[in-house]
Design a protein around this ligand. Structure first.
Ligand code: PLP
Length: 398
């Protein structure tokens, strides 16, 4: 893609619209959707050259596909990194980024507060293959330091965390990782690429569930792994090619269209979430509001240092589970769903849904109360969201 050097010097919103565009002979405006499994060669010699790497074209869509390649290139340009690999889901990206770095006898450190399936990979899956794992309180840098062992290969974290929106100091954990000869992988879903750049803070690899804000309109599942060419070659490239969690070209096409409006959507949803957080803090029935860019967030200074906005999610607590259920059930615009990053505002009760699998005491340790709700703020008019929340809270008095 000849235009890449020019595009890399442009601002993020422009890269999101033009990055990676690979036009066919028809010179289409919008990215083409190449629904093809394979590719034909003009001769056996050409096929041989393709396979031995002399001719860098496409071979088979499990390895790469023009539409998927456009999506990968656009993501790499957005994140300002050399290489990207798209996957079928966010969890395929997380699993490959971690598993690709380790073998039996190695050690992995993860923060305790993780998306449920990420926690499963570290806590349950890795040990089955002889990889030792330690879970630490991500906010406590001493715990990261003391968890390091000579065989520690990689550290994994999410910031802000799901659902309590606590933060991990990415630059500090990257330093700890590198001092011990390990890498740092960051799941940057909650912050989005628009509001936080882990690679610039020292992380070695960033993963996204593009199911969330990148699609942002509730259609397709997908994931992406972003890192240096060396990291991708050493840890991810062959694992993905040979085990096959490839993104479908259709999904890549949807995600390309999602990226074109990502900046607009995240900017609007971030602004609305900040307004909703302040609004919630004024409601008598709400015991606690958690939002990284509010001055009462315990890690507000860190949030301002490593994020460019507080994000599109707000967590808040009512007195108990019954009140949380009653309030959520009374909402008319905001829908009950465990998804996030959507143009539609969505609310979930983490203790009984996304974090139900965890024992009650582990949940309590993570600060996930029985009265906590997590709100993903969408693209509706924020005044309608405030009205909807108001009428739901009023119903609690009845
Ligand atoms: C949704 C999510 C994932 C998993 O992504 P899928 O696309 O559902 O596989 C991983 N990490 C975080 C933080 C998420 O929100």
């Amino acid at each position: 893609m000849a235009s890449d050097n020019r595009i890399a010097s442009l601002r993020p919103a422009t890269r999101l619209v033009h990055g990676g565009t690979l036009r066919s002979q028809f010179a289409e405006t919008s990215e083409a959707l190449f629904l093809t499994q394979g590719y034909v060669y003009p001769s056996m010699e050409a096929a041989e050259a393709r396979f031995n790497g002399e001719d860098p074209g496409f071979i088979y869509s499990r390895f790469s596909n023009p539409t998927v390649a456009m999506f990968e290139e656009r993501m790499a340009l957005l994140e300002g990194v050399e290489a990207a690999r798209a996957t079928a889901t966010g969890m395929a990206a997380v699993t490959a980024a971690i598993m690709g770095q380790v073998k039996a006898g190695d050690h992995v450190v993860g923060a305790k507060a993780l998306f449920g399936s990420c926690r499963y990979v570290i806590e349950d899956l890795l040990p089955r293959f002889g990889v030792e794992t330690t879970l630490v309180d991500g906010e406590d840098l001493d715990q990261w330091r003391s968890a390091m062992r000579p065989n520690t290969k990689t550290l994994f974290l999410e910031s802000p965390t799901n659902p309590t929106l606590s933060l991990v100091d990415i630059a500090a954990v990257a330093e700890i990782a590198h001092a011990g000869g390990a890498t740092l992988v960051v799941d940057n879903v909650f912050a989005t690429p628009m509001l936080q750049s882990p690679l610039q803070l020292g992380a070695d690899c960033v993963v996204y569930s593009v199911t969330k804000h990148v699609d942002g309109q509730g259609r397709c599942l997908g994931g992406v792994i972003l890192a240096s060419k060396a990291f991708i070659e050493a840890h991810v490239h062959n694992l993905l090619r040979q085990t096959g969690p490839a993104m479908s070209p259709f999904t890549a096409w949807v995600m390309l269209k999602g990226l074109e409006t990502l900046d607009l959507r995240v900017t609007a949803q971030n602004a609305a979430a900040a307004i909703v957080a302040d609004f919630l803090a004024e409601q008598g029935v709400i015991e606690r509001v958690i939002y990284p860019f509010r001055a009462d967030h315990p890690q507000h200074a860190l949030a301002k240092r490593q994020m460019r906005g507080g994000g599109t999610l707000v967590a808040f607590e009512l007195a108990n589970k019954a009140k949380a259920f009653q309030a959520a059930n009374a909402l008319r615009i905001i829908a009950i769903s465990n998804n996030l990053g959507d143009s539609k505002s969505l609310v979930t009760h983490p203790a009984t849904t996304t974090h139900q699998r965890l024992p009650a005491e582990v949940r309590a340790g993570l600060g996930i109360g029985e009265g906590m709700l997590r709100l993903s703020v969408g693209l509706e008019d924020v005044e309608d969201l405030k009205d909807d929340l108001s009428q739901a809270f009023e119903s609690l008095g009845r």
